[in-house]
Design a protein around this ligand. Structure first.
Ligand code: ATP
Length: 249
């Protein structure tokens, strides 16, 4: 679905990524894993056409047969709006604290796909119910909900929108272990029930093991290993991947 080839990003003479190569196959959960500062978020910014203005970028990010690095800002905005749904580490930053959740959930989902409020109410009620959330969250303000609840609300919107690609950038880093597990189960459900392609960015191998089908390991701006999770876990080739796996126990 998305092929990243030879992606090199340079900011103020510093290599942020170099010759990055990996694929996000349709209908699969692909994890981009690496330590802090290895270039995961910058790679995602390149995919979304949201690199800092002073970034120099070369290579290819092929999506639907074209290189999105050549797309105009307008074209990328339309791809972001129509095809991609993004969930970040801290959902509270995604919501306006002074607006009730109902209006914001509508903006993230029903309004985005052109549904009326009535259609949204009916459809979202069902989704919240399926995800174990009560409908009365729509009457609450974001600060009245926990981080875990807010992340669930975000994923409820993803269930609603059924995006071509869901990007989850460290979505569980701010959650405790129980909520982490619950959130990962919801991601897996989204993939299995709606066949949603997911790019999961994390530094946590346990999450990769639980959720992902494919993985790409990033170190200091380069991809050092790619493969199915099964293959990489059972037979890692690169010294960094081996170290990562050893540190898991
Ligand atoms: N706006 C920016 N301008 C210049 N350099 C930046 C900018 N944002 C990030 N960097 C640098 O790019 C490198 C890669 O950062 P990036 O955020 O992509 O790493 P990451 O793997 O996502 O880390 P983390 O897991 O901590 O989010 C780091 O050295 C960082 O300091």
């Amino acid at each position: 679905m998305i092929e990243v080839r030879d992606l090199t990003i340079n900011i103020e003479g510093k290599h942020i990524t170099q010759h990055v190569d990996f694929t996000i196959p349709r209908g699969r959960i692909t994890s981009l894993i690496g330590e802090s500062g290895s270039g995961k978020s910058m790679t995602v910014s390149a995919l979304l056409g949201m690199l800092p203005v002073d970034a120099k970028v070369s290579g290819y990010v092929m999506y639907e047969g074209r290189n999105v690095l050549d797309a105009s800002d307008q074209e990328m905005e339309s791809v972001r709006k129509q095809d991609v749904f993004t969930i970040f580490q801290d959902a509270s930053n995604s919501f306006n604290p002074s607006v009730k959740m109902g209006r914001q959930l509508y903006a993230f989902s029903g309004e985005r796909v052109g549904d009326t409020i009535d259609v949204f109410n009916e459809k979202m009620k069902l989704i919240l119910d399926q995800l174990g959330l009560a409908w009365d969250v729509v009457e609450q303000y974001p600060f009245q909900l926990s981080g875990g609840m807010l992340q669930r609300c975000m994923i409820a919107c993803a269930f609603y929108v059924e995006p071509a690609l869901l990007i989850a950038d460290e979505p569980t880093s701010a959650l405790d272990m129980v909520l982490q597990k619950e959130f990962i189960q919801l991601l897996i459900r989204l993939n299995e029930e709606r066949n949603t392609t997911i790019l999961l960015i994390t530094h946590d191998l346990d999450i990769v093991a639980e959720a992902a089908h494919e993985m790409a390991v990033m170190q200091q701006g380069t991809i050092v290993e790619t493969g199915t999770v099964e293959t990489v876990f059972s037979n890692p080739h690169h010294a960094y991947t081996k170290r990562l796996l050893e540190s898991r126990f």
